[in-house]
Design a protein around this ligand. Sequence first.
Ligand code: IMP
Ligand code: MG
Length: 180
Amino acid sequence: MQDIIQLHDRRFKVMIPAQDIDHAVEAVAARLNADYAERETPIFLGVLNGAFMFLSDLMKKIEFNNEISFVKLASYVGTASTGEIHQLIGLNNSIEGRHIIIVEDIVDTGESIAHMLESLEALKPASVEVCTLFFKPNSYNKPFEIRYKAMEIGNEFIVGYGLDYDQLGRNLKDIYVVTE
Ligand code: IMP
Ligand code: MG
């Protein structure tokens, strides 16, 4: 493990070692295993790109039958009247009547998860919960309760384990925090 790394113009130092991440993933997987044991085949929806590593480690600890799919939230500017448009892309399963678990790398202000929930609700799922590796409680300002949070952090900017700084750092097995 390298203590200080450089990504683009910034330096980062280790904040959470891989072993601690693994324990947090284990704990959140145990909660899911208890809560979903009796439900009809839930669908995990991994949000690309950031959630790929968390989803992969999480799934190895899940004991109930499930389906896995990946989605991406694309934003683009529509007409003046429609403003910014958020589109959920990559869904190929039918969501209607299904139990959905959205898997995110990090929930910060909650803006992106709110758009995702809005798009999913229109597809009439039986239930929707969010499972995120990181949660920033001081920043989150939405009413939807995020039920599964593996770890809570302050407002610091982190990279590694799927999270990026301008696309770099996703491969790191530990979590790094920006210095100064
Ligand atoms: P939101 O503010 O909850 O909509 O977060 C939107 C997105 O910002 C997340 O999905 C991440 O891609 C990114 N993000 C927020 N905080 C961090 C961080 O500390 N490191 C890397 N990406 C972050
Ligand atoms: Mg993300």
